[in-house]
Design a binder for this molecule. Structure first.
Ligand SMILES: N[C@@H](CCC(=O)N[C@@H](CSC=O)C(=O)NCC(=O)O)C(=O)O
Length: 305
């Protein structure tokens, strides 16, 4: 279970920053005080046209290193298929901002913009860098309190890219294992950092955020999707992963073959696809976004087109 208290934050207010009409629905961007991160947090929701008349299921999209809530909104092409299927898409930020932790802005792959969707236990980071509790508990509670007629409380799935692809896997796995909220119905990832304890990005993040992860790396094992699959799989939700073959981070950082092997050994319901010639960018993500929206809409029981 989480070491962070997210219980009181649903009562706190949201301030709307922006609203844009798209494909008959609306993107709405909000800021609010967060009890998980002890900072202001920002997120954007796509409300499909159907949500004006009845509550709809929710897909969370977790972005990667250096991103905010806006990258996938501007370049992910979520809205056209989400509007067709009647699926809301929630896009959180990737870390607290302006927390004031010494060194948080020194590198692009750690600290600001790089929360890695863990709950930090190292004392320097643990007051603010609690993105796991924020994404899995606090933000859903806020959304369902503020938008009860637009969003269903228990029908949720999760997707992400790179750091966020791994975050999506771990949010679903750890929520199921801890029974810490309604289970996610499906999980998908674009180019996830599939085995973070074995790659430089993950070792840097876990070594910083997690007490006891320096050196032997033990603390990170409970936050590594491939190790969670090996130890606790199979999980009762389907998994879809897309990986571009021309991704410059594929060798050395992403390691989809490790996750693939773990899924195969545990009989996990998993589809892991290689997409020829695609890189790590939002050109890749936007190309296959409709497939991912359909995958989740089907798992969430939405009517097919
Ligand atoms: N330092 C570089 C590379 C950063 C980068 O490629 N970030 C990816 C996510 S990587 C894994 O989590 C990304 O999504 N970038 C944003 C985008 O809109 O493409 C840099 O700063 O460019």
């Amino acid at each position: 279970m989480s070491n962070v208290d997210a219980s009181d934050s649903a009562a706190q207010g949201l301030t709307r920053l922006n609203r844009w009409k798209a494909c008959g629905g609306f993107f709405e961007q909000y800021t609010h005080p967060s009890s998980s991160t002890n900072t202001a947090m920002r997120f954007t929701v796509y409300f499909p046209p159907q949500s004006a008349h009845k509550p709809v299921p929710v897909l969370y999209f977790l972005s990667g290193l250096t991103c905010t809530d806006e990258n996938v909104v501007q370049k992910g092409f979520v809205q056209s298929q989400a509007a067709k299927r009647g699926l809301a898409v929630v896009c959180p930020d990737t870390s607290p901002r302006g927390a004031g932790v010494d060194g948080e802005d020194e590198s692009w792959d750690f600290g600001t913009g790089a929360g890695f969707y863990v709950d930090a236990t190292a004392s320097k980071w643990s007051r603010h860098y609690n993105m796991f509790t924020y994404v899995t508990q606090e933000l859903p509670a806020i959304l369902h309190r503020h938008f009860p007629t637009a969003l269903l409380p228990d029908a949720r799935s999760i997707c992400g890219h790179s750091m966020g692809g791994h975050g999506a896997l771990v949010c679903a796995m750890k929520t199921f294992l801890s029974q810490g909220g309604p289970p996610y119905k499906s999980v998908s990832a674009f180019a996830p950092i599939a085995h973070p304890t074995a790659c430089p990005w993950g070792q840097k993040a876990f070594g910083g955020y997690l007490e006891g992860d320096q050196g032997a790396g033990k603390a990170g094992e409970g936050w590594d999707a491939t190790l969670l699959m090996e130890r606790e799989g199979p999980f009762p939700f389907p998994l879809l992963v897309d990986q571009g073959t021309a991704d410059t981070f594929l060798e050395g950082q992403l390691m989809p073959e490790a996750l693939e092997k773990a899924c195969a050994s545990k009989g996990q319901d998993a589809t892991i696809r290689r997409q020829d010639g695609y890189d790590h960018s939002y050109f890749f993500i936007s190309t296959f976004m409709a497939d991912h929206i359909d995958f989740h809409a089907n798992a969430l029981g939405l009517p097919r087109e």
